[in-house]
Design a protein. Structure first.
Length: 183
């Protein structure tokens, strides 16, 4: 009887190991899994991605001026890309005063955020669509170790399965972000 119990435990551990090793199968799950966590980018930018939100904190000094940016956005992951809608933005840049923005129509009468409702037809490979404050970053290419997406201004984002993300601007140098913590 002990051998059967041991074989069952070994079999279950093996199945769990295979399931873990194969990881997420569809594009939406890959985008969500590969993005989730705490990221650091050049210039001291920290980004935290969850299943439904992402938060950005950035702070830099230029001479005697500060550049501070904080943002909170809702996100939705689909097989066609990532939809994101900023709810709160706080910014102070050199030679500019503080700027605070929220979108009241995104909150109910109690001040709780309303659910993000997206239109999957807005995702089109090679494009970034902005409609009603929602940014639709579209999937262009899916490979076993990365997903390439189009974002605003013709820029691209290449999200790797290993915790690396390259921002590829149409003009200028690429910027690499590294995930420093995964939930």
């Amino acid at each position: 009887m002990r051998r059967i119990e041991l074989l069952v435990v070994i079999l279950l551990l093996g199945i769990a190991g295979i399931a873990e090793a194969t990881g997420p199968q569809n594009v939406a799950d890959k985008l969500r899994d590969w993005q989730k966590g705490v990221w650091i980018s050049p210039g001291g930018t920290y980004t935290i991605w969850t299943d439904t939100h992402y938060f950005v904190v950035q702070g830099q000094t230029y001479d005697d001026s500060a550049n501070v940016y904080c943002g909170a956005s809702q996100v939705a992951f689909t097989d066609k890309g990532v939809a994101r809608k900023q709810l709160v933005r706080v910014r102070k840049s050199p030679n500019q005063s503080w700027f605070i923005s929220t979108t009241p129509e995104d909150f109910d009468s109690l001040g709780m955020e309303l659910p993000l409702v997206i239109d999957e037809a807005k995702f089109k490979p090679g494009t970034c669509v902005i409609e009603k404050g929602i940014i639709y970053d579209s999937v262009d290419e899916v490979k076993p170790d990365y997903i390439l997406m189009s974002t605003c201004g013709g820029d691209k984002v290449k999200l790797y399965s290993n915790g690396v993300c390259d921002y590829l601007p149409t003009g200028g140098s690429p910027a690499r972000s590294i995930r420093i913590e995964k939930p």
